[in-house]
Design a protein around this ligand. Structure first.
Ligand SMILES: Cc1ncc(COP(=O)(O)O)c(C=O)c1O
Length: 392
């Protein structure tokens, strides 16, 4: 791990701030009991951190009721709760080709096994969805519009405010997948006309794996699709309907909540905009360093306005997997290659036919030195590939 240049922050943020490791360790040693199940002091104190974190995240999303902030295991889990809880046989949903499999697959399952109809809106050549395409697809039975806020493949931030405006006018629930955006850019659900937001803790919110959640705006009702223990009102035969219990089943990942709490506090202290600004400066440096290299193809990186620090590229004629292996073995650079769990993005870019592309994901602990090394590495790999192939 020594001297590793970690440019795989799109998959998960690494390392975490020191404060996250320390807080998790101390929390679990001192408060590692099951909250909400009993009345003794330690149990109450553990529960208090859960409620403080609910409030903290509700504030981040500009929600009104912390009880409507429910914890899940990750965004995949939250997205499944949303999609399966809002759609039933005969319904119609609208999504985009920029989605992650955590949206595409639950929707595909509903299409295949429950007859739910799904429309997919493609992105343009710059990587953005046109909001005006949504009303053209609205039907009487449209019960959900769900959109990836920031792409995990090409980094583009979608115009969710405009999409949400159309949905609100028609009274169609509008959900966003904030897996890549939460912790990187502000998400004000009131301003953005968003009804439901799914988030994951281990990416830009700088928490550990195994924690995520959803916030559901007042007035939006999602059916429960699971049932189990809640620790309260045990005699009730059905799963509790009220929030947050409606979407919380079994023992909470309190250690994850603690780490997430510390991650969010760290972001608050450093300033979300400062972190994003620094990351985008590095992203611009990386893009500028790669864009004129012979044999290097960049995807959707012309204008970094409305982007997060994710950059997709290929070395012409070299499999992405091989580029990734050389980056790892010869330069100690960690990146992500392949289809990035978003097959429709690659289908649209045409990179599915060449087994995907290489992704660099910038995080808060990357430095200019990291970026310079990454540019030099890609340059040398491209040159050596051209030499081997006898390309002048
Ligand atoms: C856009 C997007 N959505 C959903 C997910 C799924 O996140 P998790 O694995 O934490 O559930 C990811 C993770 O890569 C993602 O980038």
């Amino acid at each position: 791990m020594d001297n590793l240049i970690f440019l795989d922050n799109g998959a998960t943020s690494f390392p975490k701030p020191e404060e996250v490791y320390k807080f998790m360790d101390s929390f679990y040693r001192n408060f590692g009991v099951n909250p909400g199940r009993s009345g003794y002091d330690l149990c109450m104190e553990t529960g208090e951190l859960v409620e403080i974190t609910r409030k903290l995240l509700t504030k981040i999303f500009n929600g009104k009721d912390p009880n409507r902030l429910c914890f899940s295991y990750n965004s995949t889990d939250a997205l499944n709760l949303i999609i399966n809880g809002l759609l039933k046989e005969g319904d119609h949903a609208i999504t985009t080709t920029i989605e992650h499999n955590s949206v595409l697959r639950p929707l595909y399952h509903l299409y295949k096994y429950n007859g739910v109809e799904v429309d997919y809106i493609p992105f343009d050549e710059k990587g953005f969805i046109d909001p005006d395409e949504f009303p053209k697809k609205f039907k009487k039975n449209t019960s959900l519009v769900i959109v990836n806020h920031a792409s995990n493949v090409i980094g583009t931030i979608q115009p969710v405010k405009e999409i949400g405006k159309y949905c609100r006018k028609r009274g169609i629930p509008f959900a966003i997948d904030s897996s890549q955006s939460a912790g990187k850019i502000p998400i004000d659900i009131e301003d953005l006309n968003v009804d439901i937001v799914a988030f994951t803790g281990h990416k830009s919110l700088l928490g550990p794996t195994g924690i995520g959640g959803l916030y559901v705006r007042e007035g939006i009702e999602i059916r429960q699709t699971r049932a189990g223990g809640t620790g309260v009102r045990s005699a009730v035969r059905t799963h509790l309907f009220e929030y947050p219990y409606r979407f919380e089943y079994g023992t909470l990942n309190t250690l994850g909540v603690a780490g997430l709490h510390a991650g969010v506090k760290w972001i608050e202290e450093k300033g979300l905009n400062n972190i994003h600004e620094k990351e985008m400066k590095l992203a611009a440096m990386l893009r500028d360093g790669l864009k004129d290299l012979e044999g290097v193809i960049l995807y959707c990186q012309d204008d970094l306005k409305d982007h997060i620090g994710i950059l997709l590229f290929n070395i012409d004629g070299l499999e992405a997997l091989n580029t990734g292996t050389i980056l790892d073995v010869d330069y100690n650079i960690a990146c992500r290659t392949g289809l990035h769990c978003a097959p429709l993005v690659h289908e649209q870019l045409g990179t599915d036919k060449i087994h995907g592309a290489v992704r660099f994901g910038i995080g808060p602990f990357n430095t200019e030195e990291h970026i310079k090394t990454a540019i030099r590495a890609v340059k040398e790999i491209a040159e050596s590939h051209r030499k081997r192939k006898g390309i002048r």
